[in-house]
Design a binder for this molecule. Structure first.
Ligand SMILES: Cc1ncc(COP(=O)(O)O)c(C=O)c1O
Length: 372
């Protein structure tokens, strides 16, 4: 069985093996030290100055915590909403009483920065770097330039980016960067990773959010005493630490190159099979996931690859659900052998439904795209 979806991903055996131990994270100083050193490694990966919190819960918990800690009823929030997660970020902010101005755009193109109003007077700007359902990369540098100079907090969902492509939080002025363990880290699902800048912390102090579980002030108070606010998901954190070490031992440059080459290989192979990718231009196609127009009923194709071949590919979400399929080349699976498996599985499924594809050209395209 192989999971070639855009998170959760396949998890390397060494990462799975690392978590098989009994640990009491509340009482074990070694675990506290491991947690601290892991947050330092993540900070370095995203060039972040400030704190990193590793919370028990999936990526969505991080998005909600970012809003809960910074937004009060009546605050103005600017939401870049050209995708499923951009739109749900806007909904989330509305749920906390924000007055949301949503900047929408087609799902298959990067947001047009000229459409973004001056963020002055807004409390925060929410932005999704990689829209996973569409396989789209949004122009973070351009948006960062618009946000810079305003007082608005720059809250970035980098859930499907970190670990597979670079992000420089300091240079971009990112105040809150959101990540998740099961995406390009290729670790177990269950951890929301949230980087919070000192500037965001001063806003958080004033907002004085009253909740407990997601409250970053509660985290700081406890961590400064050398304890956690509640029992953390220790084994998932140990696995994430092993996954991050694996990324560093390979080297960030090489990891990012592997992702780009996996994207190129996937897109070129799909083209060779006569399949159109969803985004309009490869220049903004995500290095971590490729979304493409389903060449046949996506549910039937997905059922075939999973039930008959043991290879899991993905459909999509929201209004893309009926027409778009996705291949994850994310984290550990951004490798030639996994791209080969995804493409040959898709071809076999298409063949099963009477669609003939040029397999040899697809295989050649994959081989050509990889330099190692
Ligand atoms: C861009 C993006 N943001 C947020 C999330 C939510 O993460 P989770 O499913 O871990 O809650 C996802 C999940 O796919 C995502 O792709």
């Amino acid at each position: 069985m192989v999971i070639l979806t855009p998170g959760p991903t396949e998890i390397p055996n060494s990462v799975l093996a690392s978590m098989m131990k009994t640990v009491n994270p509340d009482l074990d100083q070694d675990f506290f030290n491991l947690y601290n050193s892991l947050t330092e490694k993540i900070k370095k990966m995203i060039n972040h100055e400030g704190s990193v919190y590793i919370m028990s819960g999936e990526g969505m918990l991080g998005l909600e915590a970012a809003i809960a800690n910074t937004i009060k009823k009546g605050d103005k929030v600017l939401s870049i909403s050209n995708g499923v997660f951009g739109e749900s970020f806007a909904e989330l902010a509305k749920g906390y009483g924000a007055e949301v101005t949503a900047v929408s755009g087609p799902y298959d193109e990067p947001i047009d920065v000229n459409k973004i109003p001056d963020p002055k007077g807004f409390k925060a700007v929410t932005f999704v770097y990689v829209e996973t359902p569409a396989g789209l990369v949004n122009p973070i540098e351009d948006v960062a330039k618009v946000v810079k100079g305003s007082d608005a907090l720059f809250i970035v969902d980098a859930v499907s980016a970190v670990g597979g492509m670079p992000i420089d939080c300091k240079a971009l002025g990112v105040d809150i960067c959101l990540m998740a363990s099961q995406k390009a880290f290729s670790s177990t699902p269950g951890l929301a990773i949230v980087a919070v800048s000192d500037r965001a912390k001063s806003v958080i102090k004033k907002v004085d959010y009253g909740g407990y579980y997601m409250n970053f002030r509660v985290w700081d108070e406890n961590l400064s005493k050398g304890i956690f606010p509640y029992t953390p998901a220790a084994n998932d954190i140990i696995a994430l630490n092993a996954a991050v070490d694996l990324i560093y031992s390979e080297g960030l440059e090489r990891v990012y190159r592997r992702h780009k080459e996996s994207r190129d290989a996937t897109i070129n192979a799909l083209n060779a099979m006569g399949i159109k990718i969803f985004v309009k231009d490869i220049n903004y196609a995500a290095p971590t996931v490729t979304a493409f127009y389903a060449p046949y009923n996506p549910n039937l194709l997905l059922e075939f690859t999973w039930k008959r071949l043991g290879i899991m590919l993905a459909g999509s979400w929201g209004k893309l659900a009926d027409k778009v399929m996705r291949i994850g080349h994310m984290g550990y699976t951004a490798r030639k052998e996994f791209v080969m498996q995804a493409i040959t599985a898709l071809a076999a499924a298409m063949n099963n439904y009477g669609l003939k594809v040029d397999m040899i050209s697809a295989i050649d395209a994959i081989n050509k795209a990889f330099s190692f």
